[in-house]
Design a protein. Structure first.
Length: 333
């Protein structure tokens, strides 16, 4: 298939591009490089540097190439920032996504895979969280993702655009070959930050909240390997290509690990003692977030290959060592 990967210079989009190319698909990566990196664009496909705001460029791109499917990873993802800059989130994550959908409809492209998030559920009313759990997002980021899911339902009814909404829990880990990995600037995610503390790029890891109603008082999350997430995209795309109906899937491993358990596991993997600083709770963090991914397993045949937390951290650590070495070399120049 010829696939358009929007946001292919970012963390999950770059891993997706690699997997698609390895599976023999043709890939066009589109990214405005606002949060992605040119060097994360995997060679072997075509790269178009443009923004979803630019409707004329989008139109030209869809006119020039016939895509069999579109995968959309180009969103802003910081919950805290979305509280102080909601306009940035609604404009990019909602309005610009509608631009993309309109170009698809205009050119008869009918398969769309959307990167949604566990943030659409808000504070869980029960765990594990299945697809039917009430959608009560507690911040503009989560609302922007839920709005797009609703737009998609309307676009399917009116225009026949078929889609799959993949609701990621905590994406983590790195390409097992260490060719790619997680890079956000600024980094806000737990696992890369813990590993940066282990490699010495940071003095310590700050734990946000130790008084939650969880076994050790720190927040519990469902960490899912980035290549397992990508595998789910491939399966969802193949399913749409077989003519299946639109569907949403929750993607996680179904087991929760606390912040403290992640820090301990990182200590084991790296052999380093990570300094810990305790801090108050971070606004908007639910105590426990764990996925029920039964539907993805049953309907997509999704089988996460790297479900062990230790493996997720080991792959992220190989990437961190590579990054830290590059960082040290650059600092020495
Ligand atoms: N944490 C720390 N210290 C840090 C960073 C994080 O203690 O320096 C804690 C957080 O408080 C949270 C846990 O580690 O309890 C995981 O935090 P992350 O920032 O790694 O991930 P989140 O669960 O906050 O966010 C992820 C995605 C978001 C998405 C959210 C809900 O990154 O895009 O899940 O689905 F919105």
């Amino acid at each position: 298939m010829r696939i358009l990967v929007v946001g292919g210079a970012g963390y999950i989009g770059s891993h997706m591009t690699k997997m698609l190319l390895e599976a023999g698909h043709r890939v066009v990566v589109m990214d405005n490089l606002s949060t992605g990196f040119r060097e994360a664009v995997v060679p072997g496909g075509e790269f178009v540097e443009t923004d979803l705001a630019d409707r004329a460029r989008l139109e030209a791109l869809f006119r020039a190439q016939r895509f069999d499917g579109v995968l959309h990873f180009a969103s802003f993802i910081q919950v805290g920032e979305s509280m102080t800059q909601p306009a940035k989130y609604y404009r990019n994550n909602v309005v610009h996504t509608v631009n993309l959908l309109d170009a698809m409809v205009q050119h008869g492209v009918t398969r769309f895979i959307f990167s949604s998030s566990a943030a659409i559920f808000g504070e869980p009313q029960y765990v594990p969280v299945d697809e039917e759990h009430p959608k009560l997002p507690t911040n503009p980021y989560g609302r922007s993702k839920w709005m797009v899911e609703q737009v998609l339902a309307d676009y399917e009814r009116a225009y026949g655009l078929r889609h799959s909404c993949l609701r990621y829990f905590n994406a983590a880990g790195a390409d097992p070959d260490a060719a790619l990995g997680e890079r956000h600037e600024p980094e806000t995610h737990l696992i890369p930050l813990v590993l940066q503390a282990a490699s010495g790029r940071r003095p310590a890891i700050t734990v946000f909240g130790t008084d939650y109603d969880t076994p050790d008082g720190t927040c519990v999350r469902d960490y899912v390997h980035v290549t397992d997430l990508c595998q789910a995209h491939l399966l969802a795309l193949e399913r749409l290509a077989r003519g299946a109906e639109s569907r949403a899937y929750n993607l996680g491993n179904g087991s929760g690990f606390s912040v403290k358990q992640v820090i301990d596991a990182a200590g084991e993997v790296t052999g380093s003692r990570v300094a810990v600083v305790k801090a108050p709770r971070r606004a908007g963090d639910p105590a426990r977030l764990v996925a029920d991914s039964t539907r993805a397993r049953k309907e997509l045949g999704w089988r996460p290959r790297h479900a062990e937390l230790e493996t997720i951290i080991r792959h992220a650590w190989a990437w961190e060592i590579k990054t830290a070495t590059r960082f040290a070399r650059a600092a020495a120049l």
